[in-house]
Design a protein. Structure first.
Length: 117
């Protein structure tokens, strides 16, 4: 895994790290279950403060792309497409429940969905 940070860039270093890791996960370059370097290790490699890398990891965890398992390390949790699929299914399920509660038929719910599309 090769990351780089441009100190002259307008984007803060933590965002640069986050975006690069996100892209690697999304493209499948970092597969589910891959162990990431420790925060200290990656900070040292990139010449960044530990808190900078910790913030990038924290945001990736919030996006459900990685998971820190205590002293066992930080691991890739899922690919971006898996997360997107899960979020889409959750939204579709919520819509279907609301449509059923409103007494809509499948055809009516589909028409509303097509309007939103």
């Amino acid at each position: 895994m090769k990351l780089s940070v441009d100190p002259a860039a307008a984007k803060p270093p933590y965002e640069q790290v986050k975006d690069q890791l996100d892209a690697l996960i999304r493209r499948g370059k970092l597969a589910q279950g891959t162990r990431l370097p420790t925060v200290r290790q990656l900070a040292g490699e990139l010449g960044l403060a530990v808190n900078t890398v910790a913030r990038a990891y924290k945001e990736l965890e919030a996006d459900r792309l990685i998971e820190t398992r205590g002293r066992n390390g930080t691991f890739v949790l899922a690919s971006r497409s898996q997360v997107d699929d899960e979020e889409t299914l959750a939204a579709a399920t919520a819509f279907a429940r609301a449509a059923r509660r409103a007494g809509l038929s499948v055809a009516e719910a589909t028409r509303i969905l097509q309007q939103a599309w």
